[in-house]
Design a protein around this ligand. Structure first.
Ligand SMILES: Cc1cc2nc3c(=O)[nH]c(=O)nc-3n(C[C@H](O)[C@H](O)[C@H](O)COP(=O)(O)O)c2cc1C
Length: 217
């Protein structure tokens, strides 16, 4: 597949057929993704292939309340878990359906991607805001997994809800103290694949010279 076409046609897939994905296929995806860029080429990503059904259930159960909270904040019109401004007043929603979490035992592939923080140069760590740059040494790797999956007619989604439950998830995963949870990735054969992605046009987010400048594109 043409690279530009692949980049423009890789929607999130959250529903999978019963067709299994072999360990060899998962290994092949990681084999491609390992060529992702990272700061200083330190490759701080670590991957756990989660097979044990009870561990999958435990991780999903930790994500459930995060999902409900995310929806409750979103209903207010706020960006959920925004670091800008005060948190919104929310009405707790209670448990909410989620196709990935509800059937996590039957998702063909569940990966947890962690980052070894000791191997990340966090360029913005001393600024008076939350650091952003560190994730850039891990998320290109995750995206490469999804693109490699697309190349094999698999589909999937990068999620981050487990990161909010990191303190509880860490002992379950035996996550070393200086590592952080970056993503839980779900993969499989798509039940269906969206053909058209909804994204803002370039003129909406690109400008010439300065961020209050005229739009580019
Ligand atoms: C950093 C990041 C975090 C995400 N976290 C979640 C998540 O926790 N749960 C989920 O279902 N999808 C998650 N997604 C998937 C997004 O919802 C998805 O990329 C977006 O809605 C666009 O969907 P589309 O590519 O199908 O158009 C995440 C995506 C990214 C890039």
């Amino acid at each position: 597949m043409d690279l530009a076409e692949a980049l423009c046609s890789n929607p999130s897939v959250r529903e999978f057929t019963d067709e299994p994905v072999s360990d060899e296929e998962v290994a092949a995806l990681l084999e491609v993704a390992r060529f992702a860029p990272s700061g200083g080429n330190r490759q701080p990503w670590r991957v756990a292939v989660i097979k044990e059904p009870s561990l999958r259930r435990a991780l999903a159960d930790l994500c459930g309340p995060v999902w409900s909270e995310y929806l409750a904040e979103g209903i207010t019109g706020a960006t959920p878990f925004s670091v800008v401004g005060p948190p919104p007043e929310i009405e707790p929603l209670g448990p909410q359906p989620n196709p990935l979490l509800d059937a996590i035992e039957s998702v063909p592939v569940v990966l947890v991607v962690a980052a070894d923080l000791g191997q990340i140069a966090m360029m913005d760590k001393d600024l008076a805001r939350v650091p952003l740059t560190g994730g850039a040494s891990v998320y290109p790797f995750v995206h490469s997994i999804l693109l490699a999956a697309r190349d094999r007619n698999l589909g999937g989604v990068m999620t981050t809800f487990l990161a909010r439950a990191e303190p509880a998830a860490a002992p379950l995963l035996r996550l070393p103290d200086t590592w952080a949870l970056a993503s839980m990735v779900f993969l499989g054969h798509p039940v269906r694949r969206a053909t058209k992605l909804t994204r803002r046009p370039v003129s909406d987010f690109a400008v010439i010279d300065r961020f209050d400048g005229v739009s580019f594109g």
